[in-house]
Design a protein around this ligand. Structure first.
Ligand SMILES: [Zn+2]
Ligand SMILES: [Zn+2]
Length: 357
């Protein structure tokens, strides 16, 4: 066993757009738990929306003052007693919510929806997360990271790419589909990346941030991008023979963008809402009923689909870490969060060891 330090640093979010670094005793894994050396820990839009600026969340989004970070990836350095599959040295992704394991949602693999008030605890919300040198995780929450994926690839699988993959599976994407993505933050960019891998040859994106539009073009993820605005529906129709796209995904949570998704989708098309919060108003008869359209909501994913996604990423030679535009060491976590809050960037990671080079 490698010798480990007695102390470690972790970052907490007081809720006034600042980050506090604190010193902790190195945690000891209990039964069925492992200690992970964190290698990459990415920042999520939900961290900014519900924790960093102010503590907005209630229930499953209620932040309990723990070490932040729900998108960690790292290497197991200690096993607690009773582990059955994972062992020291394994590279692992953490499904970001630890569920009770026994309710119907947990049995489906959707620990995100665990109904146990007592045992449902999300990493970085109700139990210590990945913005630290080390973290504890339950073995049942782990997914093995293949050798060909980096830790920064893995960090984005659970929350960002997993959420997107689930939504795209629900509406089904193939080479038949032109796809509209509204909101080109990290989740929107991931949507474009996976929609391309699943076969779409025409991907159209919209966003208010010029930096995000140019990043989507530069990375070849979108074939056409438009600044968000009242002309978006007509612009999308003009690129699709006047009919609109077959599939649309909203990653912005913006009311106008959601309406654009609905109205820029053709008859019999499918729309998926992934972006959280906000509202939308539309007229059911002309906007969906008469054109036979279907709107899906999708929240995170389940752990078997996460394993499936990891396998697909290898098969498709896709690397989520290409969406990371900035990496910071833990000591500079404050800069990482403030950059992400400003929004004109891709994915932002707090990285360690080889992931920081
Ligand atoms: Zn997240
Ligand atoms: Zn449960």
């Amino acid at each position: 066993m490698a010798s480990l330090p007695a102390k470690m640093t972790g970052a907490v979010l007081p809720g006034n757009s600042s980050v506090e670094l604190q010193s902790y005793d190195l945690p000891v894994p209990g039964h069925g738990e492992v200690l992970i050396r964190v290698k990459s820990s990415t920042i999520c839009g939900s961290d900014i929306r519900a924790i960093y600026r102010e503590h907005l969340g209630k229930g499953p989004e209620g932040y309990q003052g723990v070490i932040a970070g729900h998108e960690p990836c790292g290497q197991i350095v200690r096993e607690g007693p009773g582990c059955r599959r994972f062992k020291e040295g394994d590279r692992v992704i953490v499904y970001h919510i630890s569920g009770c394991g026994l309710c119907n949602d947990c049995r489906r693999g959707y620990m995100i929806s665990c109904t146990s008030v007592r045992y449902r605890r999300a990493y970085g919300w109700q139990r210590d997360g990945g913005m630290a040198d080390y973290m504890l995780a339950e073995e049942k929450d782990l997914v093995l990271l293949p050798d060909s994926l980096s830790y920064s690839d893995g960090a984005q699988v659970a929350c960002g790419f997993g959420t997107v993959y689930e939504g795209l599976q629900k509406i089904g994407i193939s080479g038949d589909d032109a796809v509209l993505v509204t909101g080109l933050g990290p989740v929107g960019l991931a949507t474009a990346m996976l929609a391309r891998a699943m076969g779409s040859t025409l991907i159209i994106g919209t966003d208010i941030a010029p930096g995000r539009l140019s990043l989507a073009k530069k990375l070849g993820l979108c074939d056409q991008v438009f600044p968000s605005g009242p002309d978006n529906v007509e612009q999308v129709r003009a690129l699709t023979g006047g009919d609109g796209v077959e599939k649309a995904i909203d990653c912005s949570a913006n009311a106008q963008a959601r309406l654009c998704c609905i109205q820029a989708t053709r008859k019999w098309g499918k729309i998926c809402f992934i972006g959280e919060g906000g509202s939308v108003s539309f007229q059911p008869s002309p906007d969906i009923i008469h054109d036979q359209k279907t709107i899906f909501g999708s929240w995170v994913t389940n752990i078997w689909r996460m394993e499936e996604l990891v396998e697909r990423l290898v098969r498709w030679n896709l690397h989520p870490d290409t969406l990371i535009t900035h990496r910071f060491p833990l000591e500079r976590a404050g800069e990482a969060y403030s950059l992400m809050a400003a929004g004109d960037c891709g994915k932002v990671a707090v990285a360690f060891d080889e992931e920081l080079l």
